[in-house]
Ligand binder design. Structure first.
Ligand code: PLP
Length: 370
């Protein structure tokens, strides 16, 4: 069977070869525990610190990087700041309705624990309604959560503006930067920034939380006191090294990757002219194209087009069969949601792959609609 064309780079990305090479030594001879004081442990600890600096290199200067097992864990850790703020009489949490489940469901869970959790609406373009945000913020707001790039529709939220509004209300700002880290400008004024290894051609099973200096975070995982007492558990030097090198390569290849992905996106847009783009056409990350064609049955389309790995929403939502809460928040009808697909372009895709995928998808769509 031919290898499918991989156009699902928002779900996960292939491991960069340089990342694989950087991880190997820490899986073979250099097996030390980075928390051991002897020479073998210290060598592993040094690798972890090099990786920390590489990740920090893409983040604001006035904070620290805490390694976690995933971005989901980083986000859950960040939410602990709301508990600290509750001690100061602030018990409201506000997040955008189109956030990834890692933020949205965590906010809703806090809503069951005595917090007043609000979901901020978006417009048809997927951008947060800033007037609603302004009317929601007040002296009770503890934490505001906004994603940098939406994982389903690629829309880039005005995080700096949201942060400014949150700060004026005295609240903390969490940015889920998972789909933007290493690819689009990182907001410089947020208090907490979450990122993930496997979306930047790094390994799965590692993420990080950047925490602005002076922010008080209670631990989420208790134990040996690793990661500055905030996240106990033995770190994997291999995973840390992988994430570090993945971040460094993103920095080094930034312009090259950006130009390449913009080229793929432009070609794709011309080939999917009969489809409608979901979300803003202008405020978006080029590597994400979420499009719909009325009347299509996407489940059937996906089973007809086995040669292309693409998605009908986020990986989690597709797996569960739940209709996308993101497309619903945009005001799309259920039938429009069910006729939407997401194509995700990445560093290792070629123009030929995009052309071939478009041909296969468009042909299958025509067969269905004729
Ligand atoms: N936030 C966004 C926007 C995502 O796209 C994802 C993964 O799909 C996550 C959070 C969760 O990341 P992880 O898989 O590292 O837990």
């Amino acid at each position: 069977m031919m290898k499918p064309i991989y156009l699902d780079n928002q779900a996960t990305t292939p491991l960069a070869p340089e990342v694989f090479d950087a991880m190997l030594p820490w899986l073979k001879d250099n097996f030390g525990n980075p928390h051991s004081p002897h020479v073998i442990g210290r060598r592993a600890a040094a690798a972890v610190e090099v990786a920390r600096d590489q990740v920090a290199g893409l983040l604001p200067k006035n904070g620290r990087v805490i390694f976690t097992g995933s971005a989901t864990e980083a986000i859950n850790l960040a939410f602990g700041s709301a508990r600290t703020m509750a001690g100061q009489g602030r018990d409201q949490i506000a997040v955008i309705d189109t956030e990834h489940a890692a933020v949205r469901d965590t906010a809703l869970w806090y809503g069951t624990q005595g917090f007043d959790s609000r979901l901020l609406p978006v417009g048809r373009d997927g951008l947060v309604d800033l007037e609603e945000l302004a009317s929601c913020l007040g002296s009770k707001t503890a934490l505001v959560g906004a994603m940098l790039v939406n994982n389903e529709i690629g829309v880039i939220q005005p995080v700096e503006q949201i942060t400014d509004m949150a700060h004026r209300a005295g609240a903390l700002m969490l940015c889920d930067a998972v789909q933007g880290f290493g690819r689009v400008d990182i907001p410089q004024h947020a208090d907490l920034i979450a990122l993930s290894g496997h979306k930047i051609y790094g390994p799965k099973g590692i993420g990080a939380l950047w925490v602005r200096d002076g922010i008080d975070l209670p631990p989420l995982i208790h134990g040996g006191g690793q990661e500055q007492g905030i996240r106990s558990g033995t770190l994997s030097p291999a995973l840390c090294a992988g994430l570090g090198v993945a971040a460094q390569i993103c920095a080094e290849r930034h312009q090259q990757d950006k130009t390449h992905i913009a080229g793929l996106a432009t070609r794709a847009q011309s080939l999917f002219g009969d489809w409608t783009v979901n979300g803003s056409l202008h405020q978006r990350y080029a590597g994400n194209l979420n499009i719909r064609r009325d009347g299509l049955d996407i489940a059937r389309l996906m089973s007809d087009v086995r040669g292309v790995a693409f998605s009908a929403g986020s990986a989690c939502a597709s797996g569960s069969g739940r209709p996308s809460h993101v497309l619903a928040a945009l005001g799309l009808e259920p039938a429009q949601i069910k006729s939407s697909i997401r194509l995700g372009f990445g560093r290792y895709n070629s123009i030929e792959e995009v052309e071939q995928a478009a041909q296969l998808i468009n042909q299958a769509a025509e067969n269905q609609l004729s």
